[in-house]
Design a protein around this ligand. Structure first.
Ligand code: GLY
Length: 605
């Protein structure tokens, strides 16, 4: 049987799109003209070519998650120093947002592969006293000099070298604006920005031992970092090998930059000499990023995507992330099946989940883009009616083949990006996922700022149907354009029960982020697993194209055989990303630090 998934996924949408009120979506204030030139191929002799698929990950197979209980609150991050900094802020009376800001800046120092000042991300905040949730979008934007054809070669084909490995890939960084905005709007008021930055500054100045995820990721990223002298001088030794066990990573330049932000706030990053150095780094290597692009950057406070699952409220990230929309879409589809009686990670429940994944990712490729630029049918895609229609087409015994005349994109992988979860004593919560895209981003440090720059513009569809580094395809809605945010899969998520925080989760992993979060939510909410088990259980992933299920190696062989018997193309793939999560328990919270990358820590207070 060959049923084109997209046509089915399409059917409901096409029906509804006719009657559907167009959501007024104006480009954000000051959105630049699309007529800017698209020059800027890397200058000869700038960065040597390297393998475009070079997004290696230090993620390993799942070991049992490290768990902790907190009576009042909890912090779970990828790096133990950052976790302790967050807990200390909470202990000193800070709220979850104060702690998140301190953690966000700390990870820029202690987890430089993904924690960042030079990238972007998304923060979900739940405010207990107002029973209100907000989504802060600090995703990178495309500079004015980026056009629809910026990432094409001379034959009009997508050129991954431009979108992944050269300076055209640099999006305008959003992290500093996003974290400072979060503090201004939702911090407790008990801490100044300088106080929250102080621990990060000390760690950058005094240095940290090279160990755990830092050690693992530096080894893998050496070729990317070696291309740029400004990065090599910080992360590599004189002989070009990466800092290793027994070495200390000292980041004096980054400490100066953080000092300036502590003194002058986000202005120091977006209008001062730091902005000049970022521009110079891009321009000198053939990029198109300009000072006005940086000055005009604005984070956006958005309404979360809202869904329900078995009476729980699910709050997650709206576009420019696809995460929330497709998490809710998949949950809606699966709500109609008796998953609990089928049991977690049984062939029957995995089969249904995989079928839901195919449908959601087919819709992602068709309908998602930056909603400040294009109409995205959020209401439709997250509606129970649409899910019911999709559910009708699922055969509970046989895998649907993905019909497509297009060549399969390469399978994506990787554990790039990082997520942290925080809950405070008042019941406020933060789920934050941010990224440089690849580990260490482009690998380019801007001048003497110590700031690693992202290569996030690869998340645009460089050409219709062209795949990004994670094998995700897209079309016109996710085409590059000046001022536009490339579509993300980051899925910071908060689940509420009776208005109170029940689960906080999120994950790294490129295209696998949304399916990872789905599985943590199902494990905790549907199957009633402890958060340790919810995070540890081996995961599966299908992203519509290529038509294959990637399973983690810990998945039992008999399950794999049973899935194959149902018609799934099963492949053992890389481990899915570290989903650091928190679940409410009767007397507080339990945190689970995913051990798929080393060095993570859950700590309560
Ligand atoms: N760069 C991966 C994502 O945002 O989905």
């Amino acid at each position: 049987m060959q049923v084109p998934v997209r046509r089915l996924a399409f059917a409901g949408a096409m029906l509804c799109l006719v009657a559907w009120p167009a959501i007024a979506q104006a480009p954000s204030a000051g959105a630049p003209s699309s007529e800017a030139p698209s020059s800027g191929a890397p200058s000869p002799g700038a960065a040597p070519r390297i393998d475009a698929q070079a997004a290696p990950s230090s993620i390993t197979e799942p070991a049992r998650a490290q768990t902790a209980i907190g009576r009042r609150g909890m912090v779970v991050t990828q790096e133990k120093r950052a976790t302790r900094i967050g807990v200390e802020i909470l202990e000193r009376g800070g709220n979850a947002v104060d702690a998140a800001v301190a953690v966000g800046f700390a990870l820029a120092v202690t987890l430089p592969r993904a924690g960042n000042l030079g990238g972007g991300g998304f923060m979900m905040v739940h405010l207990a006293d107002r029973n209100e949730s907000v989504a802060i979008d600090y995703r990178e934007t495309a500079p004015r000099g980026i056009a629809a054809d910026s990432f094409l070669d001379a034959d009009g084909k997508a050129d991954p070298e431009k979108s992944r490995n050269g300076p055209l890939a640099i999006g305008v960084p959003g992290t500093v604006a996003g974290l400072t905005l979060a503090l201004e709007r939702h911090g407790s008021g008990k801490f100044t920005l300088a106080e929250l930055l102080a621990p990060a500054i000390a760690l950058a100045r005094e240095g940290i031992p090279v160990e755990d995820d830092l050690l693992d990721s530096l080894l893998l990223a050496q070729p990317r970092l070696a291309r740029w002298p400004s990065a090599a001088k910080i992360f590599l030794k004189q002989d070009g090998t990466p800092l290793g066990a027994g070495d200390t990573l000292v980041q004096q330049d980054l400490a100066h930059t953080l000092d300036a932000i502590a003194r002058d706030g986000a202005r120091a990053f977006y209008t001062g000499p730091i902005a000049d150095e970022i521009v110079a780094a891009a321009v000198n290597s053939g990029g198109v990023l300009r000072r006005s692009d940086i000055e005009d950057y604005m984070p956006v406070v958005r309404e979360p995507v809202r869904g329900t699952f078995r009476g729980y409220d699910v709050l997650s990230m709206p576009p420019a992330s696809s995460g929330g929309v497709h998490l809710v879409e998949m949950l809606n589809i699966l709500e109609g099946f008796p998953l609990r009686s089928l049991r977690a990670n049984s062939p029957a429940s995995l089969h249904l989940m995989i079928e839901a994944m195919k449908l959601a990712y087919a819709d992602r490729a068709e309908y998602l883009g930056d909603s400040d630029f294009v109409d995205v049918p959020i209401e439709l895609l997250t509606s129970k009616d649409y899910a019911a229609e999709l559910r009708e087409g699922i055969d509970s015994r046989q895998a649907r083949e993905v019909g497509s005349t297009l060549p399969d994109p390469p399978a994506g992988g990787g554990g790039n990006t990082t997520h942290f979860s925080i809950v405070d004593a008042a019941g406020n919560a933060v789920a934050n996922t941010y990224s440089l895209n690849f580990n260490y981003g482009l690998g380019l440090v801007a001048g003497t700022t110590g700031i690693l720059l992202n290569n996030t513009l690869d998340d645009f569809a460089a050409a219709p149907g062209a795949a990004n580094a994670f094998g995700l395809t897209g079309g016109a809605l996710n085409a590059p354009a000046p001022g536009k945010r490339p579509l993300s899969s980051m899925t910071p998520t908060i689940v509420l029960k009776d208005g109170k925080v029940h689960l906080v989760t999120g994950a790294p992993g490129g295209s696998r982020i949304i399916t990872t979060v789905l599985q943590v939510v199902l494990n905790a909410v549907e199957y009633g697993k402890s958060i340790g088990e919810a995070v540890t259980l081996p995961r599966v992933h299908h992203q519509w194209r290529p038509d294959e299920v990637t399973v983690e190696k810990a998945m039992p062989a008999e399950i794999v055989r049973a899935l194959t018997a149902r018609g799934h193309n099963v492949r053992f793939g890389p481990a899915a990303g570290s989903a650091h999560s928190i679940l409410a328990i009767p007397d507080g919270y339990m945190g689970a630090a995913d051990q798929r990358a080393r060095g993570s820590l859950a700590a309560g207070y």
